[in-house]
Design a protein around this ligand. Structure first.
Ligand SMILES: Nc1ncnc2c1ncn2[C@@H]1O[C@H](COP(=O)(O)OP(=O)(O)O)[C@@H](O)[C@H]1O
Ligand SMILES: [Mg+2]
Length: 313
């Protein structure tokens, strides 16, 4: 009797050991398989390994989602279709006028003569007394005295960095001088002068239209957010906010409408101007006909830390 009980106990003991071994092996197989195939188990394993997490945000899709024509985009109002239904992104019709000199082959003497002339070369109308009054004031600006140097540098280089004191005539005079060189009205091109602030763009455009003796919104205009004061096909100089030009560059990366782009107040390092500067640096290699002028105040030690340009020596 006792022997039978001992035998039964041994058999049960063996069974229990075999069962324990079986479940152990089964558990190992399941955990190894799970660690290899289950992302949840893997993430648990990783959590055990390190005490920090890296959040990877998906790369934003920058492609335009709405496939509307550029001209219908309210943010690109300045590129609206003209009366003939043609998008203003297309080069404007070149206005046939007597060419004063070959584009980009002008010197200061010729420009001074054209400024003093009775006829306005940009609209073929006689200059008004108001123009002559404003011209007398413009002649006192430092940029007028350095016109020879400006035209020499502008003609010989594709990219020009222009440093000048506040009030020396960078924002109002340089775009006008570029107009005399580029003759954009004879080539169906545009000159853009970027401004970080809308209110400055509109004020300067009005002043420059007066100084050039032309109508604001016709030959000289401005493009700021939700307001476009340009006439596609007629406007050859536009004051545009840097954000508007950046938006335009998203639709037309080669900025084909423009012959010269002036980045004014570049030292302010607005985000849009900074991005534009990088885009234009690339574009300059692809478009040898595009000229770029960067306007900054004198780079002293105190303000050069805001700029990537080297300090003045
Ligand atoms: N809206 C304006 N009304 C009257 N004078 C102006 C106006 N804008 C500019 N000026 C005159 O034109 C000169 C040149 O100004 P600006 O071209 O803005 O200089 P900068 O850009 O180098 O600071 C200034 O000295 C100022 O007297
Ligand atoms: Mg200025």
């Amino acid at each position: 009797m006792l022997r039978r009980k001992v035998h039964a106990f041994r058999v049960q003991g063996c069974l229990a050991v075999y069962l324990a071994l079986f479940f152990f092996v089964l558990f190992e197989i399941v955990s190894v398989y799970g660690a290899q195939h289950s992302s949840y188990v893997r993430s648990l394993a990783r959590r055990r390994e390190r005490s920090y997490y890296v959040v990877h945000l998906p790369r934003p899709d920058l492609r335009p989602r709405i496939s509307m024509p550029l001209s219908d985009n309210p943010y690109l109002a300045h590129m609206k279709a003209n009366k003939g239904g043609k998008a203003s992104n297309a080069p404007a019709q070149a206005i046939r006028k007597p060419i004063l000199w070959p584009p980009r082959r002008v010197n200061a003497k010729q420009v001074r003569k054209a400024m003093e002339h009775d006829l306005n070369p940009f609209n073929d109308k006689p200059h008004t007394p108001q123009y002559k009054k404003l011209l007398a004031r413009r002649k006192q600006l430092p940029i007028y005295a350095q016109m020879d140097e400006f035209y020499k540098m502008f003609t010989e280089n594709q990219i020009l960095v222009l440093e000048g004191e506040t009030g020396s005539g960078k924002s109002t005079q340089i775009p006008q001088l570029v107009c005399y060189s580029d003759l954009p009205h004879t080539r169906g091109k545009l000159i853009a002068c970027t401004q970080p602030r809308s209110v400055v763009a509109t004020t300067i455009a009005k002043r420059v239209a007066d100084e050039m003796d032309v109508q604001l919104g016709e030959h000289v205009g401005y493009s700021v957010q939700f307001e476009d004061m340009t006439s596609p096909g007629t406007t050859f100089l536009t004051y545009i906010t840097d954000e508007m030009l950046l938006r335009e560059a998203m639709g037309d990366p080669r900025l084909t409408r423009y012959s010269t782009i002036i980045l004014d107040e570049a030292h302010e390092r607005s985000l849009a101007t900074d991005i534009l500067m990088a885009l234009l640096k690339d574009l300059a290699r692809k478009r040898s006909d595009l000229k770029i002028v960067i306007c900054v105040p004198p780079l002293t030690q105190s303000n050069s830390r805001h700029s990537s340009l080297p300090p003045k020596r």
